[in-house]
Design a protein around this ligand. Sequence first.
Ligand code: MG
Length: 201
Amino acid sequence: MNIIFDFDGTLIDSKERLFKLFSFLVPESKLDFEAYWTIKKQGIGHAEILEQQFNYQSNAIQEFQLKWHQEIEKPIWINYDKPILGVENKLMALFEIHQLHLVTARQSYEIAKNQISTFQWDKYFKTILVTKQEKEKSQLILENIEIQNEDWILGDTGKDILTGKTLQINTAAVLTGFLNEEKLKSYNPDIIIDSVANFMI
Ligand SMILES: [Mg+2]
């Protein structure tokens, strides 16, 4: 069976990276890590936060989003990422029986690949797919993996769940990432689990 993993928020904890970059780009923000993520996990985007809490106008929001895009995969921020506890053992166990794949909406294939190598996870993945934000995840998966209905996708966002539904495969939402349980439920995944480490099939 194919098991397809999202990267950020699913295999690695990127929350510190995003919080640090937000704090850097919005120096007037007094939001601490918990406050920032309590808002973000409700599915509230940066545009809304900037407009409502910091009174940003549309030009300033656009400028923020451009800078975010330019900065988010730079090493200074990427170095904050950490593997999620228990993921390594779970990948090792699943790899014995199944075909594992990774799909991410990152901009840079090289940076994602280097990070995966740093964690020594290359050996577990038959395929590493990076959308470079040029394609939908579902399209990239269809072009590269022979999908069957019994397969699974695991991810931390609504987008990941919708990708699974488009592909008509099983969907698992994880709570280690960018959305809370209530928000994830609204996308109707087949299962919601605390972490990839709790995934059982
Ligand atoms: Mg993710």
